[in-house]
Design a protein around this ligand. Sequence first.
Ligand code: FES
Length: 169
Amino acid sequence: DHPTRRDFLFVATGAAAAVGAAATVWPLVAQMNPDAATIAAGAPIEVDLTPIAEGQDIKVFWRGKPIYISHRTKKQIQEAQSVALSSLPDPQPDSARVKAGHDQWLVVIGICTHLGCIPIAHEGNYDGFFCPCHGSQYDSSGRIRQGPAPANLAVPPYAFLSDTKIQIG
Ligand code: FES
C-alpha cells in the first residue's frame, strides 16, 4: 500500500539524515578526486571503501547521479544469493551484479527505475532499498522485488583498484 503523505515526510527526513551521514565520509573521498567541474564532465572517481563499516551504505555522486555503495552483511549476501530467480520481476543472479571475490560490496545507481526518485537504503521489506515515491522495494542486490518499478537498480561501470578502493566510471 502507498505511504501516506505523513509517512513520506518522515521518510524524506530520514533521507536527509542519510545524506548527512554520507557527507561525513565525503571529505576523505574528495581529496583524492578531480575537481567538481571535471567530475561533472564525466571523469571517473575513486572511492576509498575503508570507512564504510559492514552494514553501512554511503552515497557518492558520479556524473551527477547518486551512487550507493553498500557494505553488505553476511545475511544480506545470503538473502541476495538464495532467492529463486523465477520469483524476480527482472531476473538477474546476484553474481551478475557484484564483482567476483568482492561480493560484500554492492554498487548501484540510486535512481528508481520507475520515475526516477532516489530510493532510501536499508529500508523496506527486502533489506535493500525503498523508494518513497510509489513504494518500490529493492532487495540487497538492488533488484526490484515489489512495487511499480520495472527493472533492477542499474549497476554503474566500476572496477576494484585494490581490496579497499574502487574506480567508478
Ligand atoms: Fe520509485 Fe515511483 S519513482 S516507485
